[in-house]
Design a protein around this ligand. Sequence first.
Ligand SMILES: *[C@@H]1O[C@H](CO)[C@@H](O)[C@H](O)[C@H]1NC(C)=O
Length: 289
Amino acid sequence: MGFSQVLIFGSLVTCSLMGITVLGGDFVRDVDIVWGGDRAKILKNGEVLTLSLDKESGSAFQSKDQFLFGKISMQVKLVSGYSAGTVTSYYVASAGATWDEIDFEFLGNLSGDPYTVHTNVITSGKGDREQQFRLWFDPTIDFHTYSILWNPKTIIFYVDGTPIREFKNMMNASVNVPYPEKQPMRAHSSLWNADQWATRGGLVKTDWSKAPFTASFRNYEARACVWSINGSSTCGRGSSSWLREELDAYSLKRLRWVRTNFMIYDYCSDAKRFPRGFAPECSVRVDAH
Ligand SMILES: *[C@@H]1O[C@H](CO)[C@@H](O)[C@H](O)[C@H]1NC(C)=O
């Protein structure tokens, strides 16, 4: 595939007030609503998309394009107030039985109690790589940016530009862990009921008297190599620095700050769940390069 050709998806909107250039997404152009009918709504000429959940159904959308590597970002404002039992997800995934997937899932809670950010990396159909975090802000008051960087070297989860998790390509290291590098992925978002497990392990249920629950999305942006049916892909116009992006010293410091202060679960230290030993990638320290 040629990484030389460049395309950026997202119209250039100059925000003169702040004197900066903002890449604005267009949901009409970029996504398809795939579940929930009119529970998913595209508003403001494609600038905003809302998903809602009621007792009958949740809702979801996915990107029209498929990507083989990219930095995919979305601004999300999560369900506010009583959100227990609900899960808002934002992920990239391929299809088939040995699929690859990189997941953000936001687990709701009782009013005033914190959301849990649940992450996972599934390679060749195998997951069990959960890490969970608290956020350092209330994600229901405003939009915040959640990004998935996926390039040939590494996968990095970002929240407002701060890395919270890294999953490196270890195919060439001594540990042989499959890495997603062959199957194209689509970006997805959904809002659904998961009250059998999401909140306090399923103890707290969705309160349907508070339905419909609504989450909002904007500024979807895919700096990515867009996959086409004939197997070729074209990569972003302009800066394609994301293709080589890795954690620098400052980002590593931020990652350590998140791990120390906000990580609440790590599959790499759950000996009860993995009595016969941890996954091979756990022996590679993620926060030390
Ligand atoms: C909900 O809040 C409780 C109490 O702070 C916390 O233990 C739990 O992890 C929170 N999140 C979820 C998804 O249960």
